[in-house]
Write a new protein. Structure first.
Length: 414
């Protein structure tokens, strides 16, 4: 595999390269374009790569870029290794301390050679870590002291971090749908199979049609969103003072995970939630279990069709907008603007595409995920700002969050 010495890919979009596009689709030549064309000419030349490998300085760069290309080609194997670890509860088995390969094989119901393969792969990805502890210090299998326990493994830095973020592990398990939809990526991009697994899982429209029926199962996607919503809520609370408001209405609030997190930091804030009727009913039950001091109201309805509740001075849209196409988003933002009083505030929080430069989290992951889902796309803060201003919001400010990869935040005021 040849090395990419550049570290950057040429950009085709006008806003990202700075070049003007002619009527025939070609780009007027700029210094940046000429440099990139020159660079790409070198990188297409096998002789250049041979010379680079012989040059001590360029050899280091070539190796690093070659490794990056290898990781791109092998990424699916890495993600499936992680998926196997999550499904087998490997990190939970190691939560109380290191264990031998033999013990882990037994607890994961794997043959010893398969367990060794998984553990070596997981160690290479820093999910687990091979320990220096002598193998005899950790028993192999209870009642079988003569068995070879093999190497000893503990949590790696990524495995330990995953235990602190159970929502991420839930998403990893859910990725089985995404991986199947991506088994034919070209067919997916051409929409040759309109009914993808993700589109069926996130069947909002189907849930709306069945919303009034008894027994409609909205549980799976509600539980999935809830698993990671607390992390997002913490990002918002840390950078925006909700205590200054009187009543918060969370649109599309699921089972209320965001509002329950808010309640811990703002016990005097009145909380309202709107979601599909069966989802709102689930939220009502979760709030009753939590016994929060806040005044709480759950409203069942369709955010795109039914009248939005009024009376709140702040409305939140948490990971809602990027799931929908332009026209539904325009209607929803206009409805939020109409539901707010003068001086009211809208909080729009979701992963946002970065301006001018590509970002793997939004452009690659969320871009392909939402394409497989069949609607929505990641948007930049500038694109969202335009949508908000067109909906009638006068002031839109971007607030920095601690982890922009997880969520960005726009604060729009009436």
């Amino acid at each position: 595999m040849t090395a990419d010495l550049s570290g950057r890919m040429p950009h085709d979009r006008e806003t990202r390269s700075g070049g003007a596009v002619a009527a025939n689709g070609t780009r007027a030549t700029s210094w940046s374009d000429r440099f990139q064309d020159w660079r790409n000419g070198l990188l297409r030349d096998p002789a250049f790569h041979r010379r680079a490998r012989r040059n001590p300085l360029l050899r280091l760069i070539a190796r690093r870029r070659a490794r990056g290309l290898f990781d791109l080609a092998s990424g699916f194997v890495y993600s499936q290794t992680l998926s196997a670890c999550v499904q087998l509860r490997l990190f939970e088995h190691l939560a109380d301390g290191p264990l031998s390969a033999a013990v882990l094989a037994e607890r994961c119901s794997l043959e010893r050679d398969a367990a060794d393969t998984l553990l070596r792969a997981a160690a290479s990805l820093r999910l687990v870590q091979r320990r220096r502890t002598p193998s005899r210090a950790v028993p192999a299998i209870d009642g079988d002291a003569g068995a070879d326990p093999g190497d000893v493994y503990g949590l790696g830095v990524h495995g330990a971090a995953l235990l602190a973020n159970p929502g991420v592990m839930t998403m990893v398990e859910h990725h089985a749908f995404l991986y199947r939809d991506l088994s034919d990526p070209v067919g997916l991009l051409r929409r040759e199979t309109p009914d993808t697994l993700l589109s069926m899982f996130w069947d909002y429209r189907g849930a709306r049609r069945a919303g009034a029926q008894d027994g409609v199962d909205t549980g799976p996607y509600t539980e999935l969103m809830s698993a990671s919503q607390a992390m997002v809520a913490e990002q918002i609370i840390d950078c925006y003072p909700l205590r200054s408001h009187q009543c918060l209405l969370d649109i599309g609030g699921g089972d209320g995970t965001f509002l329950r997190t808010v309640a811990a930091s703002a016990p005097d804030l009145s909380l309202r939630l709107m979601d599909l009727p069966p989802v709102a009913a689930a939220a009502r039950a979760r709030f009753a279990e939590a016994k929060l001091p806040n005044a709480i109201d759950c409203v069942g309805g369709d955010m795109f069709e039914d009248e939005l509740p009024t009376g709140a001075d702040v409305i939140s849209l948490v990971r809602i907008v990027h799931d929908h196409d332009e026209e539904p988003v325009r209607r929803l933002l206009a409805r939020c603007r109409a539901a707010l009083p003068p001086g009211g505030t809208l909080l729009l929080a979701e992963p946002m595409a970065r301006e001018h430069v590509g970002d793997p989290a939004t452009d690659a992951y969320f871009g392909m995920y939402l394409h497989a889902m069949g609607q929505g796309r990641p948007r930049t803060a500038t694109e969202l700002r335009v949508l908000l201003e067109n909906a009638g919001f006068a002031r839109v400010n971007e607030v920095r969050t601690a982890m922009p990869m997880l969520t960005g935040l726009l604060v729009a005021r009436v």
